[in-house]
Design a protein around this ligand. Structure first.
Ligand code: SF4
Ligand code: SF4
Ligand code: SF4
Ligand code: FES
Length: 962
């Protein structure tokens, strides 16, 4: 008998559709299907059991990522002892059941059903874009339908109009068989509920929102409905234009920290579509609009395709060979070090690049430059996570898998907006909320998660920006003083003295919700209710984002979160944990790979002689024992005149770092700025060397997502400039006289595994075998570690840290009475360099300033007005959007467009421990204006000049991209 519970007999094939979702029951049910005996988990459908036995039952309305619906009846089977022809997708297995899937009666029945479908379907298979990739066509073949008896003259839907409003997919209702898969995908997979079936019987039709165009509806363009559609009714425009793909490569999305796996589907060497990969452990076949559709930037005409150099930034670029560009860079770097000393140069790694590339840049700095002046963009996002989690629970990483949220009873989301910034995890979270989990949101804004359709009751704690630590202390105060602690966990897993000191501190009346009510702006009653809901949940899980870290007390807040989880015993098992939602695709990886100036790969301190010795033995070079400069220190040192050269790979510091004018001053102070990127970004406009970068589609490597999951990035197309990013770093190292001889990124990973205790078991072979690996992966955990801290913490016992609340100096005043907070939206990604060069811009053409109606009224401001936004460091002008998701006194904007200058206003106030900028709180004043700010005027003229320099350097023959 085939036994589903025996993994050697049943490996799930991610490329096969098993018809209905898997059931997790451990109770086995044995049955016979077409003479094949099989045992499967209780609750499994007959259709899935048949598929597991290798038997295919025809189907149209079923798919294994959706609950069975039973509408098409094509999957009818015969079951001994049962009357009629039950639908196999909606019939659960029963012990001893005998099923027949292929009988003469069933064949006739299925043919009749297909005949009815086809009689109201255009007969244009040969010219249909889905020809060869259409389930309806496949099923017609499978049931042996040869002709249709009814004729096509009667009432039909063949003239229904196509909705082409969405930039990425079209909806042609003439081909719709009203199977409802799209509607269910939107509800069950995505959780948006944008689609319905309107009308009844013959008049039934799919409608978006209130029968609107897709573009005007609530649709967020995730594409789940397109993927679910068994016909070409919902179809990617790229497939309509380019034709059905012929082959595919599994790779990983390069946008956010969810790390979705995709099949990049190709025709020849052209990428036709990205299909979320069902075998992806982070996304299970789902995606958002960015990963699925926004890949056109890779072949955008703005790509830098040849190396360029110039003596100074007021000169045009000169296109040169790779050899000349590398040689020029190396000579400049060596010359500067000879004149200004070893410490006068540094490098910045990027969370957009692979682990291997990041590892190589920091190695180049430490071994080739001979100093520790390496830092990463994680400095400006999650560096407090590193400090805070390491101090308390000993490891700088999220504790769970994303799937763990499906076991959580209460979900506490702090300073994060998952439906926009981590959309696929946001959908999963919503699924759990629909199952009844309680949601608590701590955020100044009323984020969309709070509006989850059919979600359970939720609590919103709309605190004032900058008061996170007061809030976490108040929550912990309730836990401690109302005796809601998990004493057994604390006693077994945590340091006693530190706990006692923390307990005394947190119990003080000044940390009570009542005492802090005026500070946080949230009623004590609500805080108490939230604390009880979290502490009394069987499983309480915390998810947090940049709204926690990007504060002057970012590290303190992270420690406060870890304290709360330890005090309630919410660590070390499924359904609980402390989970930083990492912003960019490889923030976790760039930190793991030793990008920070004080830590070698694996968070090993440069001051530790034993650590240094291991690296020195393998790298054959002496490593500096002093931490190097952080990014803000590099800027200050550049302005002061003793930091002279910088190598920046894949990071746009001129747009993403705070206090833009300060950054610009630092960049113009450099004698040599080497930028390696795919476009002429804002930083590159200040560069002397521009080295073409490669996109994730053009290289091999790995990314590590927010759940510590290492995923393979596989080359889909050749790099447009001939080199993958790691090869360029290697060339630069060799030109500097530090030899590097890797022939493939797998060799870099092998070196990482040798030097990084949490990676010793990681290799490309193992990644190919397992699909993905969550570190630590070593002798103790050979297949990785889905849940961390199950037995103990890397530091032994958990350490409660004292989290004294210190109000940010960035407070509202009479001069700057409003607090500005910044964030992201769904369709754009970070500085927007990629998404702005795709149709995603249709959803967000400009950054706007959101303001509460009462603040707008007070200032005589109307929706759409131009607003001057001033802080103590700068001024910019943004268009106004009046929004009641803001609270009075708080305004909000995004930073996806460089010309809007959001970071001209943000200050260099930063986290006390890590220098992570306080993007989330800037005191500002807002007033109506009629023209751009001085900075914007300067930005525009500088931009025009630099674009002209680039244009002049272009040799038509070398710019073959469209
Ligand atoms: S694209 Fe996504 S959000 Fe839009 S209708 Fe389809 S499933 Fe729903
Ligand atoms: S659009 Fe596609 S998925 Fe939706 S009901 Fe029609 S055929 Fe089914
Ligand atoms: S942007 Fe994030 S959620 Fe969207 S597809 Fe990519 S990894 Fe997944
Ligand atoms: S596939 Fe079972 S009823 Fe449609």
């Amino acid at each position: 008998m085939l036994n589903y519970f025996d993994p050697s007999q049943h490996r799930i094939d991610p490329d096969r559709d098993y018809g209905t979702p898997a059931r997790l029951s451990e109770t086995a049910v044995a049955l016979t299907i077409d003479g094949v005996e099989i045992s499967v988990p209780e609750g499994t459908s007959v259709m899935r059991a048949a598929a597991l036995a290798g038997i295919t039952v025809p189907k149209l309305c079923a798919s294994d990522n959706l609950e069975a619906f039973g509408s098409c009846r094509l999957c009818a089977v015969e079951i001994e002892g049962k009357r009629g022809y039950p639908a196999s997708c909606t019939t659960p297995v029963a012990e001893g059941m005998e099923v027949h899937t292929q009988t003469g009666k069933l064949a006739k029945l299925r043919r009749n059903i297909m005949e009815l479908y086809i009689s109201d379907h255009p007969l244009d298979c040969l010219t249909c874009p889905a020809n060869g990739d259409c389930e309806l066509q496949d099923m017609a073949g499978a049931v042996g339908l040869r002709d249709v008896r009814y004729g096509f003259e009667g009432a039909n839907h063949l003239d229904a109009e196509t909705d082409a409003s969405n930039p990425y997919f079209s909806f042609d209702p003439s081909k719709c068989i009203v199977c409802s898969r799209c509607v269910r995908a939107c509800e069950e997979v995505q959780g948006t509920f944008a689609l319905t079936i309107d009308g009844r019987g013959f008049d039934s039709k799919v409608a978006a929102s209130q029968d609107e165009d897709f573009m005007d509806s609530e649709c967020v363009s995730c594409g789940a409905c397109v993927q679910a559609c068994p016909t070409s009714t919902l179809m990617e425009k790229s497939v309509i234009e380019e034709g059905v793909p012929e082959h595919s490569v599994v790779t990983t999305c390069a946008y956010c920290g969810v790390g979705c796996s995709f099949k990049a589907e190709m025709k020849g060497d052209q990428l036709v579509r990205m299909v979320p990969y069902k075998g992806g452990d982070a996304n299970h076949g789902h995606s958002c609009v960015k990963g699925r559709f926004a890949f056109g930037y890779a072949t955008h005409k703005d790509r830098i395709t040849e190396p360029m150099i110039r003596e100074s930034i007021d000169q045009p670029w000169r296109t040169v060979s790779w050899e000349e560009a590398i040689d020029f860079s190396a000579k400049r770097l060596k010359g500067i070090q000879a004149e200004y000393g070893r410490e006068s140069i540094g490098g910045i790694t990027s969370s957009r690049c692979t682990n291997e590339e990041t590892y190589l840049v920091q190695k180049l700095v430490r071994a080739g430059f001979g100093n520790n002046n390496t830092d990463t963009c994680a400095r400006v996002c999650h560096s407090p996570t590193g400090y805070g989690l390491k101090t308390t629970i000993g490891e700088s990483a999220g504790t769970q898998t994303f799937d763990s949220v499906m076991q959580a009873d209460t979900i506490l989301v702090i300073g994060a907006n998952p439906t926009d910034a981590h959309p696929v995890f946001g959908s999963q979270l919503r699924r759990r909320l629909r199952q009844g989990a309680t949601l608590i949101v701590v955020d100044p804004r009323r984020i969309d998660l709070l509006k989850t359709p059919h979600g359970s009751d939720s609590l919103h704690l709309p605190l004032k920006p900058g008061t996170n630590v007061a809030m976490i202390n108040a929550l912990a105060h309730v836990v401690v003083t109302e005796d809601l602690e998990d004493k057994a966990f604390i006693e077994k897993r945590c340091e006693t003295d530190a706990y006692q000191a923390w307990r005394d501190f947190i119990s003080e009346e000044r940390n009570s919700p009542e005492a802090l009510e005026a500070e946080t702006g949230v009623s004590a009653e609500l805080v108490r209710k939230a604390a009880r809901a979290y502490a009394n949940a069987g499983n309480g899980a915390i998810y947090y984002g940049l709204g926690v870290t990007e504060h002057s007390q970012g590290s303190t807040m992270v420690m406060g979160i870890a304290n709360l989880a330890m005090a309630t015993g919410n660590l070390g098992r499924e359904g609980v944990g402390v989970n930083p939602l990492r912003g960019q695709n490889n923030v976790q990886g760039s930190c793991d790979m030793g990008s920070f100036p004080h830590e070698l790969p694996g968070y090993q301190h440069v001051g530790d002689p034993a650590v240094r010795e291991r690296f020195e033995n393998l790298w054959h070079v002496k490593i500096d024992d002093e931490p190097g400069l952080r990014i803000p220190n590099m800027f200050d040192a550049a302005i002061a005149g003793h930091f002279k050269a910088l190598y920046v790979q894949g990071e746009d510091i001129a747009q993403s770092d705070p206090n833009t004018q300060h950054v610009e001053q630092a960049l113009t102070s450099l004698d040599c700025l080497i930028v390696q990127d795919i476009f002429l970004n804002e930083t590159a406009k200040y560069a002397h060397v521009l080295l073409p970068g490669s996109t994730f589609l053009e290289k091999n490597g790995t990314f590590t997502n927010a759940e510590r999951r290492i995923n393979r990035v596989r080359k889909v197309m050749a790099p447009v400039a001939g080199k993958e990013d790691w090869e360029v770093t290697q060339d630069l190292a060799n030109a500097l006289g530090y030899p590097m001889n890797y022939s493939h990124p797998s060799e870099i990973m092998d070196e990482i595994a040798q030097l990084t205790p949490t990676f010793t078991g990681v290799s490309y072979d193992k990644l190919d075998e397992l699909g993905s690996i969550q570190w630590p992966c070593n002798d103790e955990h050979p297949d990785g570690t889905p849940t961390m801290h199950e037995v103990d913490f890397p530091i032994g016992k958990g350490h409660f840290a004292i989290t004294e609340y210190v109000a940010t100096p960035e407070r509202s005043t009479r001069r700057y009475p409003l607090l500005l907070t910044t964030g992201r939206i769904l369709s754009q990604y970070n500085v927007g360099a990629q998404t702005r060069r795709t149709e995603n811009s249709r959803w967000h053409e400009e950054d706007v300033l959101e303001i509460h109606p009462s603040d707008a009224e007070l200032r005589g401001i109307s929706d759409g007005d131009w607003l001057g936004v001033s802080s103590r460091v700068g001024q910019t002008v943004l268009r106004c959007r009046i929004s009641d998701r803001m609270q009075p006194g708080v305004v909000y904007t995004t930073f996806h467009h460089p010309g809007s200058g959001a970071n001209v206003i943000t200050t260099d106030s930063s986290d006390w421990a890590t220098n992570c900028p306080e993007y989330k709180v800037t005191a500002v004043q807002v007033e109506k204006v009629s023209q751009p700010s001085e900075w914007q005027k300067h930005f525009q003229s500088f931009d025009e000049q630099q674009q002209q320099y680039l244009e002049n350097s272009k040799d038509e023959s070398n710019f073959a991209l469209k």
